[in-house]
Ligand binder design. Structure first.
Ligand code: NAG
Ligand code: NAG
Ligand code: NAG
Ligand code: NAG
Length: 253
């Protein structure tokens, strides 16, 4: 009996080692914070979230200080200057603030977290399905403001400590650099967003803007995509569990 027990333990241990928890386990994708520069380790309530970030106060990945800082021009968070070609129109700027609130505060973007090899963060969002109206209004409100680049994630002149347009990048309207809403929302942060074909309220796309009085609509969206993704994953643990049960029966007999 003792040898049988040992054998059982050894095989369980090795099977366990060979089958680490699937990274795409559904619960791993829900209610999580990304491992990046300013994110909390875990989401939780933050009663005092500032201004445009307040929709996330019931459950957030950002600290209050982060929510305050990100409303400032050239915030200390990334020393990133939105006004690199003159001041953005206020109606345009509010979309960048909202985009940053979503990035820093949302605990509902787990299904789109990917590992990256960057000095300032270990993870990023990729292809978050942004509701088409949120992208459309961002583009419409910014088309008359100015910028000098289509991918804001790379290629700046950082010698002064703040991003400046590189010498050969001239300032033109957003409309010049981003001819369509998708060019803006998908190009800006190197495909962090993918413009969804779905509309706000559909439960199938992430809303950058929402009214907390009706709850956070993105919780349901994350659940939907997490479930879809875990169904696409093969259930590798099935054979392993069957084996475990058989061995237990054998041991108990
Ligand atoms: C914000 O506060 C948290 C703890 O409350 C701290 O760890 C973090 O460094 C602060 N961040 C900024 C940008 O000041
Ligand atoms: C970068 O900006 C500095 C001024 O801040 C300027 O002297 C330098 O020529 C710029 N370099 C490039 C490659 O744009
Ligand atoms: C853009 O994202 C892709 C992954 O989709 C990555 O391979 C590439 O290095 C990124 N490029 C920049 C400029 O950050
Ligand atoms: C997106 O929506 C348009 C118009 O509602 C429709 O014609 C098209 O088939 C949709 N595409 C997808 C991929 O669902």
């Amino acid at each position: 009996k003792m040898t049988q027990l040992l054998l059982l333990l050894v095989s369980v241990a090795s099977a366990w080692g060979a089958h680490p928890r699937a990274p795409q386990d559904r619960t791993d994708l829900l209610n999580v914070c990304m491992d990046a520069k300013h994110h909390k380790a875990k989401p939780g309530p933050e009663d005092k979230l500032h201004d445009q970030c307040s929709p996330w106060k019931k459950n957030a990945c950002c600290f209050v200080n982060t929510s305050q800082e990100l409303h400032k021009d050239t915030s200390l968070l990334y020393k990133f200057n939105w006004n690199h070609c003159g001041k953005l129109e206020p109606s345009c700027k509010r979309h960048f603030i909202q985009d940053t609130c979503l990035y820093e505060c949302s605990p509902n973007l787990g299904p789109w977290i990917h590992q990256v090899d960057q000095s300032w963060r270990k993870e990023r969002f990729l292809n978050v399905p942004l509701c088409k109206e949120d992208c459309q209004s961002w583009w419409e409100d910014c088309r008359t403001s100015y910028t000098c680049k289509t991918n804001w994630q790379k290629g700046w002149n950082w010698t002064s400590g703040i991003n400046e347009c590189p010498v050969r990048a001239a300032c033109h309207t957003f409309e010049f650099y981003f001819p369509t809403p998708a060019a803006l929302c998908e190009g800006l942060w190197n495909h962090s967003y993918k413009v969804s074909n779905y509309s706000r309220g559909s439960g199938r796309c992430i809303q950058m803007w929402f009214d907390l009085a009706h709850g956070n609509p993105n919780e349901k969206v994350a659940r939907f995509y997490a479930e879809a993704m875990s169904m696409a994953e093969p259930h590798e643990n099935g054979p392993f569990l069957l084996c475990l049960v058989l061995m237990l029966l054998w041991f108990l007999s």
